[in-house]
Ligand binder design. Structure first.
Ligand code: SAM
Length: 228
């Protein structure tokens, strides 16, 4: 038996309980390395300035297929539909409107953001809502979805499971030049881990284009261009 196999056999005795705290701590150096490698990308004070920069300078107000995962009361999809006025743009918002399907943190529990299934109204005929768990709605949606322009994905579902499910399901539709935006990128075991796992498993490459820094080297709102 190798040393590694011996350690593996005895480790559940020495370390008997899985710890999310340890997992979080262990991912922080990876997160920091990621931000260090991209420290020169443009930074913004808040997500409003950030969205405007992406629309004006990255997308250049071209028509887009904007897919948002995690809509809640509709603040960000509403903001995007008013920023990008192109009449050909399409906006799809995915949410159960029943809140997080599982616990996220000690304070953000299952059911957080629950709107009892009520869909927020957005006064723009280009905006469509897709109600239900992503795990039930996204693949049926994609069966009839034909991309007609650059895809912009806004990942704001907080959870690892939701984010990874979306990225892996959308992968066949994503192309070089598409944009991925995250809203809670600095939560190591949430959106960040989903992004890293997706990138690793699908051999994708990305360029960080912009971010909203907070608390030193961290940034929650981060945007990437797909390079490969
Ligand atoms: C942080 S809120 C979205 C905030 C919104 N983008 C904004 O800017 O106001 C997260 C949302 O993700 C939704 N969500 C998370 N996981 C989901 C899943 N697997 N299926 C459907 N909705 C999900 C929750 O219902 C919740 O409304």
């Amino acid at each position: 038996m190798s040393i590694y196999q011996s350690i593996q056999r005895i480790s559940p005795i020495l370390w008997w309980k899985h710890s999310f705290t340890i997992e979080n701590l262990n991912l922080n150096p990876l997160l920091k390395k990621f931000f260090d490698e991209n420290k020169n990308c443009p930074s913004f004070n808040d997500r409003h300035e950030h969205f405007k920069y992406i629309n004006d300078k990255v997308i250049k107000e071209d028509p887009i297929d904007y897919l948002e995962f995690g809509v809640y009361k509709g603040d960000s999809i509403r903001e995007w539909s008013s920023l990008n006025k192109n009449p050909v743009s399409r906006f799809y918002g995915f949410d159960s409107f029943e809140g997080l399907p599982e616990d996220w943190t000690y304070t953000m529990r299952r059911g957080e953001f629950n709107l009892n299934g009520n869909i927020p109204h957005i006064d723009d005929s280009r905006v469509k809502m897709v109600k239900g768990l992503f795990q039930n709605t996204l693949r049926p949606f994609l069966k009839s979805f034909r991309r007609i322009q650059r895809i912009v994905v806004h990942l704001d579902a907080d959870l690892f499971s939701s984010t990874l499910y979306v990225l892996t399901s959308l992968d066949p539709f994503l192309e070089k030049g598409d944009v991925l935006m995250f809203d809670e990128f600095s939560a190591p075991t949430g959106e960040f881990k989903a992004f890293i796992d997706y990138k690793t498993a699908f051999y994708r490459e990305f360029k960080m284009v912009s971010k909203v820094p907070f608390n030193g080297w961290l940034a929650n709102q981060v945007a990437f261009l797909i390079e490969k």
